[in-house]
Write a protein that binds this ligand. Structure first.
Ligand code: UDP
Ligand code: MG
Length: 318
């Protein structure tokens, strides 16, 4: 069975078109399927549309989160809910064309655990393209796993790949990194993404910047190591400066008593403090986040169970 997981946040303008298109394509596949929509705390009519889909279409299930937890949480919720052997992840705005699913399934049949649709950046503005390209170049120096530009969440995963993802219980989820971390046979499939079919992107530049920082910081400790290196460098410079001053005092006598040793001490200790702060911060940040042990999200409504139960009791009482 194929499961399609779709996180949605305020998508009332496109979700109907998306559902129709997806439905048509999935019917063509002639394979059993389910669609798992995750409403990520939408404040518009998204949830009522999802209810309607689930009522009239037996393939559709949905979860509604108690507030906006972000796409990563929505994705996790959807993956946990999915029951298929092949799990596709798609956006609700038709930027991920459902017609690719056929080829993706064929590739999975050839033994690939991750079939990744990689978008070309034809519809992005020049600034965003430039920033993205720069980011990937930079981040691949800092991160242990490889991130591929354009390879996002649109992918078809095998059951064992999804199980592997679900085993990674970390709070700070950076999917791009997690997908790459689990490994398995991966194949890429290029496609030109369409502009959004309606509504607007939830990503402002500020959000993107935070996401970018999140990616670097939450995935591993290399950036903090950079602080350590910087600290070592400063300490080294201070040491060299100290040696130079001592040397010149020995040769030429004292010219500026007090002042030099003070400067050496300040820079030297400053450097060392950075080393130690980096080291401590590396652990504290991680421990703090994980030890809170909060759930990744809260579910406020789910269908079939909740609503089916509610309408059942309603039928019984009336
Ligand atoms: N999304 C979500 N929660 C959020 C933000 C976005 O579930 O807090 C969903 C959104 O509904 C869409 C997908 O994630 O289905 C991608 O979002 P968007 O199209 O805004 O991102 P972009 O395609 O511009 O990267
Ligand atoms: Mg989009």
């Amino acid at each position: 069975m194929l499961s399609v997981v779709v996180p949605c946040f305020n998508e009332e303008q496109v979700i109907e078109a998306f559902h129709d298109e997806l439905h048509a394509r999935l019917d063509e596949l002639q394979e059993p399927y389910e669609v798992v929509f995750v409403d990520d705390g939408s404040t518009d009519g998204t949830l009522s549309l999802l209810r309607a889909f689930a009522f009239r279409d037996e393939h559709v299930r949905y979860l509604s989160l108690s507030r906006n937890f972000g796409k990563e949480a929505g994705l996790l919720a959807g993956l946990r809910e999915s029951t298929g052997d092949h799990i596709a992840i798609m956006d609700a705005d038709l930027q991920h064309p459902p017609c690719l699913l056929r080829r993706m399934l064929d590739l999975q049949g050839e033994g690939f655990d991750q079939v990744v649709a990689r978008r070309t950046r034809d519809h992005d503005g020049p600034l965003r393209t430039l920033l993205s390209r720069g980011y990937y170049r930079l981040v691949n120096h800092w991160i242990d796993v490889k991130l591929i530009d354009g390879a996002g969440d649109f992918r078809l995963l095998s059951r064992r790949a999804v199980d592997a993802l679900l085993d990674l219980g970390e709070r700070n989820r950076f999917s791009k990194g997690l997908f790459s971390w689990i490994g398995f046979n991966t194949v890429f499939l290029d496609y030109t993404d369409a502009p959004r079919a309606g509504g607007s992107s939830k990503w402002s530049y500020r959000k993107l910047l935070n996401y970018a920082l999140d990616g670097v910081v939450s995935f591993n400790s290399r950036p903090l190591r950079l602080a350590i290196h910087l600290g070592l460098l400063l300490s080294g410079l201070a040491l060299a400066y100290a040696a130079w001053t001592v040397g010149s005092v020995l040769i030429g006598g004292i010219t500026a008593p007090g002042y030099v040793s003070l400067l050496v001490a300040i820079t030297g200790f400053g450097g060392m403090q950075m080393v130690l702060l980096g080291l401590i911060g590396e652990y504290v940040g991680r421990v703090y986040n994980e030890c809170k042990q909060r759930p990744h999200y809260l579910v406020s409504e789910r269908m079939p169970s909740d609503v089916a139960r509610r309408s059942e009791s309603w039928t019984r009482s009336s």
